[in-house]
Design a protein around this ligand. Structure first.
Ligand SMILES: *[C@@H]1O[C@H](CO)[C@@H](O)[C@H](O)[C@H]1NC(C)=O
Ligand SMILES: *[C@@H]1O[C@H](CO)[C@@H](O)[C@H](O)[C@H]1NC(C)=O
Ligand SMILES: *[C@@H]1O[C@H](CO)[C@@H](O)[C@H](O)[C@H]1NC(C)=O
Ligand SMILES: *[C@@H]1O[C@H](CO)[C@@H](O)[C@H](O)[C@H]1NC(C)=O
Ligand SMILES: *[C@@H]1O[C@H](CO)[C@@H](O)[C@H](O)[C@H]1NC(C)=O
Ligand SMILES: *[C@@H]1O[C@H](CO)[C@@H](O)[C@H](O)[C@H]1NC(C)=O
Ligand SMILES: *[C@@H]1O[C@H](CO)[C@@H](O)[C@H](O)[C@H]1NC(C)=O
Ligand SMILES: *[C@@H]1O[C@H](CO)[C@@H](O)[C@H](O)[C@H]1NC(C)=O
Length: 817
């Protein structure tokens, strides 16, 4: 992010709409033009358009940037190749209707350059999306700045490639941070076979995202961080494009392609001005395309980082050992096909060596083979030298050089490399002993180190920011390890006491498992909810801190946001953003208040919870199982958007872990899946179960537990009975029944039933659930009989009405992984 010169900042500040008096104007016409240093601001005050200079240069440019004063994030520049050398510039609409940048001598430095006769008398408006739209006199858009990407990628922008014409819309880097003219790097999407995002240096690839699986970029190693909102779409008319969206998330996001060819994702809390670096395409050297040459494989945690694939050896050993890996590797033992071709021996069948967590090589070919056939298909074709099966993509295989293979830390695919039979045997012998011992030892150390550094890094990233904001450094927290404190977003105890009027009863919002929750208002005016841990809580300080660090890193519009924490002496508190509409159960099960929840709103809530859950399970890369999803843990903001809260029981899963066991079953009966309630096994699918119950509650407006003393035993039993009778309408809450969305409602009930299936394997994953709800997945399989539909099917009814244990939110295990 670039700092504007001090002069520019002060000028921007002092100069308010010189031409139009004091109202915020977002439109330029031929008579209402702007002169350096004037600016216009979009109506929601998100973006500014005007004149600016860059550090280290006195040239003046016309551009669009986020409306902040401290740091300039420029998203578009008009006259990047022809700067103004003085402050005589004008941005106006010319007689032919184009937007133009003129210098003092009326020379055209830049023009939108559309030839449209109707464009006479046109006007250009700066929108809150950062888009400058030129409309002709009929109001038809004839030119848009977002359709002419610069070096920044912002929501609503499309980076595209036309598969027929090969015309690309790409991000283009600047020459340097003080010169926005065309640099040597571009970033765009390559739709060939399976779409991938690329950064090119000239025409040579410089970075590659790995194939898009329909939800994520499989070769991006983001660990803790999100690229959620990113989407690659095939419009079926020959264009494939990348977009991203973060509606209502409370954060602005932007990607910038730097002059060094690195794509940097930054985010900014809408309420303050500092941009934070979230992720980059060069987190380590391995990210450089083809770093280790053909058949080489790159692992940033190894030294040296490059090694040959198993069964291969360096092509030029001397060069390789010197650290020049570009030559790559060659196969040691010829494959079966080659040997039989020479007629030497009746060869044994080749085998495959498995590599886990890989960014798969470039130039994948796709086949529609199923998982088991994928391997066979590869074996049958002599030119196939590797394959991989990835859910969401299917069978991928390779025939030419294997290039740009990278070992990722947690994400990635299993890659199977074809090797001669003899290689396989050697490998197995070593395998047995070495792999087990070495991986266990090295893995543990590496993971421990990674976790340690990551934690430090994250804490520093966020902790510093928030500490700077919230805590008074002159008042050190007493009795607590100072080093730890510095890693956390801390809020001073006294400040919280003031904010909540000394934790006054009147400010008490409720009683959670942790302890009481208070409403408060910080001196800055921000409304907060303060969760005060009861002193009796057995949760240790370490786990508490881990939780804070982890949760503070989660950013999603459907998760409640942690603002900070407070640890002083015995006091442990978590500070969240305040949700004026309380929890979902407060409205949903209230005969009067439920009226505000019309079907549109309920659908928004269902979808929002689904998306929040999807983020936890998948997109955040942490794989978090919430374990206590229920109506009272869904909070509603002022616009009734749902936010999942209470991560007191959440568990973090390793990337290869699908389920875990616990001896202590914590959670809320009625929302717990059978395998969790009875055997303590929990997984993503146990959260799906809870979601299904919640969904049925939202649609029916009835508590699951309100059925315990009725003949159907549970809401699920009731729903199942109605399903069998083909009478699902009866389940729908009377206050939404009249709505004309019956089909959508019935669809939701259907999805709800699929979520509460007895066997975890019969329940869809959250991504499927979201797809089903949003009708992206058209066909819904018929549900089987859900769990808990029969009287006394394993759980004692009397005790199931109670919460599992009083101190239910007492374990939060963050595994050192
Ligand atoms: C945007 O700009 C206007 C005018 O320059 C200013 O009053 C306002 O505070 C700015 N908004 C933000 C969010 O920075
Ligand atoms: C700006 O550039 C023009 C040529 O494009 C030149 O004639 C003029 O002297 C320059 N002005 C300054 C202040 O350098
Ligand atoms: C405007 O477009 C025409 C052709 O459409 C092209 O020849 C000309 O160079 C363009 N001018 C600018 C300033 O881009
Ligand atoms: C442009 O607007 C002016 C004044 O509103 C009007 O007199 C003129 O006819 C318009 N020109 C066209 C081509 O519509
Ligand atoms: C980009 O390509 C140019 C020319 O091929 C080369 O000189 C330069 O070193 C490359 N930059 C990087 C970062 O690889
Ligand atoms: C690296 O090795 C390749 C052959 O493998 C050779 O062509 C190239 O010149 C070497 N580069 C350097 C910088 O030594
Ligand atoms: C097979 O034959 C080709 C050319 O005839 C030769 O280059 C290759 O080394 C031979 N491979 C083996 C394993 O004999
Ligand atoms: C093997 O793969 C090559 C390369 O894609 C292809 O041309 C050929 O048809 C395949 N052969 C068989 C038998 O599938």
């Amino acid at each position: 992010m670039r700092r504007p010169s001090k002069k520019a900042v002060s000028l921007l500040l002092t100069c308010f709409w010189f031409v139009f008096g004091c109202s915020a104007i977002d439109t330029i016409t031929s008579t209402h033009f702007i002169k350096d240093p004037e600016t216009i601001v979009s109506s929601g005050r998100v973006f500014k358009l005007g004149f600016f200079s860059l550090d280290g240069s006195s040239n003046r440019y016309v551009g669009i940037w986020y409306n902040t004063t401290s740091l300039l994030t420029i998203i578009w520049v008009a006259n990047k190749d022809r700067p103004l050398n003085d402050s005589s510039g004008v941005l106006t609409i010319s007689e032919d209707g184009n937007i133009q940048v003129l210098n003092g001598r009326k020379e055209i430095l830049w023009s939108s350059n559309v030839s449209n006769p109707a464009a006479v008398n046109s006007s250009a408006q700066l929108q809150d999306s950062g888009n400058l739209v030129l409309r002709d006199k009929n109001g038809v858009s004839v030119w848009e700045s977002l359709q002419n990407p610069s070096h920044s990628f912002v929501p609503q922008m499309k980076i595209s490639t036309n598969t027929r014409t090969r015309v690309r819309k790409v991000l283009t880097s600047w020459k340097s941070s003080s010169d926005p003219s065309m640099g040597s790097f571009t970033a765009g999407v390559e739709p060939l076979n399976i779409p991938q995002v690329f950064i090119w240096n000239g025409s040579r690839p410089y970075w590659r995202s790995g194939p898009w699986d329909g939800q994520i970029l499989t070769g991006v190693d983001v660990k803790w961080i999100t690229l959620d909102g990113l989407n690659i779409v095939d419009d079926k008319e020959g264009t494939v494009y990348v977009t991203f969206a973060h509606p209502e998330s409370g954060f602005f996001y932007a990607y910038v392609l730097t002059p060094e060819g690195i794509l940097v994702e930054t985010s900014r809390d809408k309420r303050n001005e500092d941009w934070e670096r979230v992720w980059t395409t060069k987190e380590n050297e391995c990210e450089i395309y083809g770093k280790c040459g053909p058949f080489g494989h790159c692992n940033s945690r190894d030294s040296p980082i490059c090694s040959c694939l198993k069964g291969y050896e360096p092509k030029h050993t001397q060069e390789w050992n010197r650290g020049n890996w570009t030559g790559g590797c060659v196969r040691k033992t010829p494959l079966q096909c080659e040997r039989t071709k020479n007629g030497s021996e009746e060869a044994k069948v080749d085998g495959f060596l498995k590599l886990t967590n890989m960014k798969v090589p470039d130039f994948a070919e796709q086949s529609y083979a199923l998982e088991d056939d994928c391997r066979q298909q590869c074996l049958r074709n002599c030119s196939c030298i590797a394959y991989s099966y990835y859910t969401g993509i299917g069978c991928m295989w390779w025939s030419g050089d294997l290039i740009d293979i990278q070992k990722l830390s947690s994400t990635g695919a299993n890659l199977f490399i074809r090797v001669a039979h003899s290689e396989l045997k050697q490998d197995r012998k070593r395998d047995a002993r070495v792999i087990v011992i070495v991986t266990v030892i090295i893995g543990t150390i590496a993971i421990a180190l990674c976790t340690y550094f990551l934690r430090r890094w994250i804490a520093r990233q966020r902790g510093n920011l928030l500490i700077g904001k919230f805590s008074d450094p002159s008042v050190p927290g007493d009795g607590v390890n100072q080093v730890k404190l510095e890693e956390l977003p801390l809020i001073d105890f006294n400040k919280l006491a003031t904010a909540t009027n000394n934790f006054h009863e009147a400010n008490k919002l409720g009683q959670g498992g942790f302890g009481p929750v208070y409403r408060g208002k910080l001196a800055e005016g921000q409304d907060i909810a303060v969760k005060r841990l009861s002193r009796a809580s057995t949760q240790g300080l370490e786990e508490f801190m881990n939780e804070v660090v982890v949760i503070s890193k989660l950013q999603h519009r459907n998760l409640v946001r942690l603002i900070g924490c407070c640890i002083e002496g015995d006091e442990k508190m978590l500070i969240y953003e305040f949700m004026p509409n309380k929890s979902l159960d407060a409205s949903l099960f209230d005969p009067v208040k439920r009226q505000i929840l019309d079907w549109r709103t309920r659908f928004k809530i269902i979808e929002g919870i689904g998306r929040g859950l999807l983020y936890l399970h998948r997109d955040s890369r942490l794989r978090i199982i919430h374990r206590d999803l229920k109506a009272s843990n869904i909070l509603l903001d002022e616009d009734l958007n749902p936010k999942i809260s209470d991560f007191g029981m959440a568990r973090i899963f390793g990337s290869n872990q699908d389920q875990a066991n616990t001896k202590r079953v914590v959670g809320t009966y009625g929302y717990m899946s059978p395998e969790y309630a009875m055997e303590g096994r929990f997984s993503e699918k146990s959260d799906v179960f809870s979601f299904g119950v919640l969904l049925l509650e939202i649609v029916s407006g009835r508590k699951n537990s309100s059925f315990y003393h009725e003949e159907y035993f549970t809401l699920l039993g009731y729903a199942w009975k109605l399903w069998k009778e083909d009478n699902m309408k009866t389940l729908i809450d009377g206050s939404i029944l009249e709505a004309c969305f019956q089909e959508e409602i019935l669809r939701c009930i259907h999805v709800g039933l699929l979520c509460v299936q007895e066997l975890a394997k019969d329940r869809p994953s959250v991504s499927t659930v979201v797809g089903m709800i949003c009708s992206e997945i058209a066909h819904l399989p018929p549900p089987k009989q859900p769990a808990f539909t029969e009287m006394r099917s394993g759980i004692d009814i009397e005790s199931s009405d109670k919460k599992c244990s009083l101190n239910k939110v007492s374990i939060t295990m963050i595994e050192g992984r």
